[in-house]
Design a binder for this molecule. Sequence first.
Ligand code: HEC
Length: 123
Amino acid sequence: MKYLTLILFLWVGSGCYYDHADLSYPQSNSSSGCNVASVTYSSSVAGILSASCYSCHGGSAAAGGGIQLDTYNSLKVYVSNGQLINSINHAGNIPAMPLNGPQLSACQIKTIQTWINNGSPNN
Ligand code: HEC
């Protein structure tokens, strides 16, 4: 158990390192390999969700507990109630997403967070 905690600590710690690198060089997003300067719903967010979430939350998929995330309007519900960001951050008292899958990358999460911070426009 101690080792698990240590591994988790190192893993989370390395994530923080990249976050700090971004803060240190706010003018050069690209140098960190995660460019969020021109995030849009259609070109950035929908692609991430399509790859990792639509299999359960898209179309007529039955595996997503009836929750649909594959249209702007349906996604907006979970942006507004905070569950989209909590689910991918594995935060809050809701199931971690993608269910039974690896967490989205730090850059993917940052991309979605940036879109939300921008007011989650339908662009
Ligand atoms: C393997 C299927 C599966 C995948 C893949 C998946 N989900 Fe889910 N998701 C579920 C199920 C099932 C629920 C309902 C869980 C519950 O209510 O107990 C759910 C619930 C949710 C909820 C609502 C949480 C709540 O408690 O109300 C959100 C938001 C969500 N998922 C987002 C995502 C996102 C974002 C992704 C992709 C990064 C994703 N899911 C990928 C199966 C999946």
